[in-house]
Design a protein around this ligand. Structure first.
Ligand SMILES: [Mg+2]
Length: 283
C-alpha cells in the first residue's frame, strides 16, 4: 500500500482525476470520526463545505452501512448520491428485494434479541434495526472480542443463513445475495456514465469496493492493512480534509474546461467557490 499523501501518492491521485470519475466516500470513520455514540456522529463543518465544493464540480457519493434515512440526515445535502445499508439501498435493489430483506431482518431480530438475552458474555450488545439489514454493536460489551465469538455463534444458527460482514466492534447482518458496497458503487458509476471510481473507506465492509479491478477503482483505506485490496492508505481519519482539499483543487482545474463532465451545478452554486472561502472561515 502506498501512503496517499506522499509525493508519489499525490501524483497518483492527480492522475486518477478525470472527467469520467465518480468520487465516493464511506461515512463512519472516513468522512466522520468514529464515536462510541453512533447517534452523535457528524461531519465537521470544514469537511461538509469541502464535500459541497467537490460535489459542485463532479459527481460525488456517500456509501454507508447506515440506513439511507439516517445517512441523509447526516450528509444533509452535501452530495447528490447516497447509498445506504451496505448497498442494499442502492441503484441495484428492487421493491421486491426491499420487501424480502425487511421480512427476513424482522425474523432475525427477534431471534437475536432472545439469544442475546441468554448470553452472559454478549451483555451490552445492541441490535440496530436498519430495516433491510441489522448491525450488532459490541462497543458497550465488557470484552468485544469474546462477545463477537458468542454473537457469531448466534448468527450461524439463523435461518435463512445471513451474510455476515465484520465491522469495527460490530457485526453486520445482511440477507444473502443482497448488498455489498462494491456492486452498488459500480452500478451507480455506470448509471452516471462514469468509468472510474475514486473511493475512500476504513474497514472490512469497504473491501468489496477496493476489490473492483485496479484500472477502474482507486481505493484508499484509512489505516494501513496488509490484507486490504486498496492500493493506498491514509494514516488517520483527520487526513480526509487534506484529500478533499486536493480533490477540490485538482477537479477545479478540470472545471476550467467547458462543461467538463456534462455535470449540472446544483442550487446555483458557483463552480469557483474555492478554498479561499474556507480559509476565511478560520479553518
Ligand atoms: Mg466506515
Amino acid at each position: 500500500m502506498m501512503y496517499l499523501l506522499s509525493d508519489e501518492g499525490r501524483q497518483a491521485l492527480q492522475a486518477a482525476i478525470g472527467t469520467s470519475t465518480l468520487y465516493a466516500f464511506d461515512f463512519d470513520g472516513t468522512l466522520a470520526p468514529i464515536s462510541p455514540d453512533r447517534d452523535a456522529v457528524t461531519i465537521s463543518p470544514v469537511v461538509r463545505e469541502l464535500l459541497h465544493q467537490l460535489a459542485a464540480r463532479a459527481p460525488c457519493a456517500v456509501v454507508s452501512g447506515r440506513s439511507l434515512a439516517d445517512l441523509a440526515l447526516r450528509v444533509d445535502g452535501a452530495v447528490s448520491h447516497l447509498i445506504g445499508n451496505h448497498g442494499i439501498e442502492g441503484p441495484l435493489s428492487s421493491h421486491t428485494d426491499f420487501l424480502a430483506a425487511e421480512r427476513v431482518c424482522a425474523l432475525w431480530k427477534s431471534e437475536l434479541i432472545a439469544g442475546l438475552a441468554q448470553s452472559g458474555i454478549a451483555q451490552g450488545a445492541e441490535v440496530e434495526d436498519k430495516r433491510y439489514s441489522l448491525t450488532i454493536h459490541l462497543r458497550r460489551t465488557k470484552d468485544p472480542d469474546r462477545a463477537s465469538v458468542d454473537v457469531l455463534r448466534l448468527l450461524r444458527r439463523l435461518v435463512p443463513e445471513p451474510h455476515i460482514v465484520m465491522g469495527t466492534y460490530s457485526l453486520n447482518v445482511l440477507p444473502i445475495g443482497q448488498g455489498g458496497k462494491g456492486a452498488a458503487a459500480l452500478a451507480l458509476m455506470r448509471q452516471l456514465g462514469r468509468n472510474r471510481l475514486f473511493y475512500i473507506g476504513d474497514e472490512e465492509t469497504d473491501e468489496t469496493v477496493f476489490a473492483i479491478p485496479n484500472g477502474v477503482v482507486m481505493g484508499i483505506r484509512i489505516g494501513q492493512s496488509p490484507d486490504s485490496h486498496a492500493g493506498f492508505y491514509l494514516r488517520h481519519q483527520g487526513e480526509i480534509e487534506e484529500v478533499l482539499r486536493l480533490l477540490v483543487h485538482c477537479v477545479g482545474h478540470l472545471a476550467d474546461l467547458p462543461n467538463p463532465d456534462g455535470f449540472e451545478r446544483r442550487n446555483g452554486q458557483s463552480l469557483l467557490r474555492g478554498s479561499v472561502d474556507l480559509q476565511e472561515k478560520g479553518n
